[in-house]
Design a protein around this ligand. Structure first.
Ligand SMILES: [Zn+2]
Length: 79
């Protein structure tokens, strides 16, 4: 079972994960947000260009649990 380490998309914590098991989030590399999200936090239809340049980034189990409970999670901005 291969274990990789990476930085959680939401909380920026480094953690080890199994690439086959980890939850990932599709993130547009240009904005740092999921395709379809704007910097202002509103939604718009994702453009094919945004999806094409997006990559999957891992999310740590803590943040997955928060998301499943409906709690806010996401990149923390500022201190
Ligand atoms: Zn996290």
């Amino acid at each position: 079972m291969a274990v990789e380490s990476g930085r959680c998309y939401a909380c920026r914590r480094e953690f080890d994960y199994d690439p086959a098991e980890v939850t990932t989030f599709l993130v547009d590399q240009m904005t740092g947000l999921p395709p379809g999200f704007t910097v202002a936090g509103t939604m718009r239809p994702a453009t094919p260009e945004a999806v094409a340049r997006s990559v999957d980034v891992p999310v740590c189990p803590d943040c997955v649990a928060k998301a499943e409970r409906g709690l806010p999670f996401g990149p923390t901005i500022g201190p």
